[in-house]
Ligand binder design. Structure first.
Ligand SMILES: [Zn+2]
Length: 176
């Protein structure tokens, strides 16, 4: 990314490694572990690739609970504005204990939780999952009125397809 200082990279070659490459941050440095047999060109290519991966992983941390609330506020304004306070959650947060669902909502207390599995998905998919749960604050069940609300989001069908694809690839059927 422009303006971001390139970190100090320490490359460690390992005879035991055949193909796997890994990287982790160690203070100010980034340690990249590569197979001993890699050429200089491969080393350089993989260092760049692993730095990009690490940056992407760290960027995901920016998707905090606070950011989720900002996102919810924007979605409510765009798609659920006529429902006023009813569409506003008491809390919305990322959770790691929800592997069978992308998101969940408790209309009784107005709380919404999104699975960390969604955290590294594209913005438009996160928007769908969040809008889906926000709509449950208004309509708890998956009836026609519910889908009419969620269908206001132009990428609903696309996002549902994306999520189905991810679930199928992981071999885990997921409920929404
Ligand atoms: Zn639902």
């Amino acid at each position: 990314m422009a303006g971001v200082r390139k970190p100090v990279v320490e490359v460690r070659r390992s005879q035991r490694r055949r193909r796997t490459v890994s990287a982790y941050r160690d203070g100010e440095r980034v340690v990249v572990l590569i197979p001993d047999q890699f050429s200089r060109a491969e080393e350089s290519e993989w260092v760049d690739r692993m730095l990009a991966r690490l940056a992407a992983r760290e960027g995901r941390l920016a998707r905090s609970d606070d950011e989720l609330l900002v996102r919810a506020t924007r979605l409510i304004k765009l798609y659920l504005s006529e429902h006023g306070a009813q569409a506003v959650p008491a809390s919305v947060r990322w959770v790691t204990n929800q592997n069978g669902r992308w998101g969940s909502c408790t209309p009784a207390d107005g709380t919404i939780r999104l699975s960390h599995r969604v955290q590294d998905m594209p913005d438009w998919v996160i928007d769908y999952v969040l809008l889906h749960e926000l709509a449950h604050l208004i309509v708890p069940s998956h009836d026609a009125r519910f889908w009419a609300l969620v269908g206001r989001y132009p990428k609903t069908e696309r996002a549902r397809g994306y999520l189905e694809g991810v679930a199928a690839a992981a071999g885990t059927p997921l409920a929404d």
